[in-house]
Design a protein around this ligand. Structure first.
Ligand code: G3I
Length: 359
């Protein structure tokens, strides 16, 4: 009897998105430092079992990994890469150059003045060479550059742009390629669904490729809300990137169920807390949950439809407990954007996604 029971449990083992989407795209998850350090074994088990790819949520960002000119913090990043290797997961590095989460030292000299273009270029070279070089052959691809454009398609007025102009983008791709010629290189941004931003990205990608720079994919972060972006805007962005001749990666997918005063993922944006903006503290009403499920399935169906160019779909976090959206763009709310709930239980929507994947 015991044997029969064991067998039936075994054969009823839950299917995963990893197996269901095999041959279509990778299923990734952003992992945080606690998870890499095995603080919560249940979370570790879910990451290993339910995902075929991992990306570092924070531990490879410039500010974390390179907080001072001659100081690198490799500890968590080393563990993160080793974690992926041990569990046979595809490892993505995030992110080499970003205007945010980067030490102020990067842009200033000993007098606190902006460095010259030559100095900034050299700092970029050293940073990228050190980080990419350390994990050469072990990281499949890098988010080389993050969030260059504003939503209207103009260049973001970042320190990189102010000091080096548009060319800083080229330098980043050049240095990354030199440090690991076999690594894939990606451009990554949020609100890629906004037409003007998407057009600017496509133009950049085409220009870089025409000049011989390696760029393998556009990463569409896909931080979504209940009403935006629309299905059509999302599909149009996939079509445009496909037409540019590069792959698409859905790099940071989540759908916030909460009302939002802001569409975007600029981490410096912050709004005041109010109870009206945090309506589901005691749980999500069924009608709203159904709407969220439908939106997840609509978008996932779209990614499946474009699977010949969509190489990976990565969820930006594991459980509703650990999602960054509990603190953005308003701190201290209770959001429900992940595939796993606050008790580490897989949500029913995942079974629906698995069914869809097999068609
Ligand atoms: O680690 C410290 C902790 O020691 C301290 O007690 C605590 C107090 O606030 O802060 C902790 O650091 C936080 C870190 O996440 C780790 O939890 C930072 O304040 C917080 O700003 C940081 O937020 C991250 C954010 O990027 C900025 O780096 C989010 O976790 C992360 O999900 C988010 O990810 C970005 C992508 O990299 C790029 N695309 C947008 C996406 C969402 O903003």
């Amino acid at each position: 009897m015991a044997i029969v029971l064991l067998t039936s449990v075994h054969t009823m083992a839950q299917k995963t998105l990893v197996t269901a989407t095999k041959g279509k795209f990778l299923i990734g998850v952003a992992v945080n430092a606690q998870q890499v350090n095995g603080v919560n074994p249940i979370e570790t088990e879910l990451i290993v079992k339910e995902f075929s790819a991992i990306v570092a949520e924070n531990c490879m960002k410039p500010q974390t990994i390179h907080p001072e000119e001659n100081k690198y913090n490799w500890n968590d990043a080393d563990k993160f890469v080793a974690f992926g290797e041990k569990n046979k997961q595809i490892v993505t590095g995030h992110c080499l150059i970003w205007h945010s989460q980067i030490g102020r030292w990067f842009f200033i000299d000993a007098d606190g003045k902006d460095v010259t273009p030559e100095v900034l270029k050299e700092r970029m070279r050293q940073h990228i060479t050190a980080v990419v070089g350390r994990y050469k052959g072990r990281v499949k691809g890098w988010d080389v550059i993050n969030e260059v454009f504003e939503d209207d398609g103009t260049y973001r007025d970042s320190k990189f742009y102010q000091i080096l102009g548009k060319d800083y983008v080229k330098f980043a791709f050049q240095f990354a390629h030199e440090a690991d010629p076999n690594a894939e290189l990606y451009y990554n941004d949020y609100n890629v669904e906004k037409p003007a931003k998407c057009d600017a990205i496509v133009e950049l990608v085409k220009g870089l490729r025409a000049e011989g720079y390696r760029i393998d994919a556009v990463g569409s972060q896909a931080h979504m809300h209940m009403n935006s972006p629309t299905f059509d805007e999302t599909e149009t962005s996939l079509k445009k990137i496909k037409a540019a001749g590069v792959k698409v990666l859905i790099t940071e997918w989540d759908i916030s169920i909460l009302p939002s005063p802001y569409e975007g993922a600029n981490i410096s944006v912050n709004f005041k807390y109010s109870k009206e903006m945090d309506p589901y503290r005691e749980g999500v009403p069924d009608s709203i949950q159904q709407k969220w499920n439908k939106r997840m399935l609509d978008m996932f169906g779209l990614f499946l439809k474009y699977n010949e160019v969509v190489d990976r779909v990565t969820i930006w976090g594991l459980t509703d407990n650990t999602t960054w959206l509990n603190n953005f763009p308003i701190r201290g709310r209770k959001d429900y954007p992940m595939l796993f709930d606050r008790n580490n239980q897989r949500k029913p929507v995942v079974d629906e996604m698995i069914k869809m994947s097999k068609i």
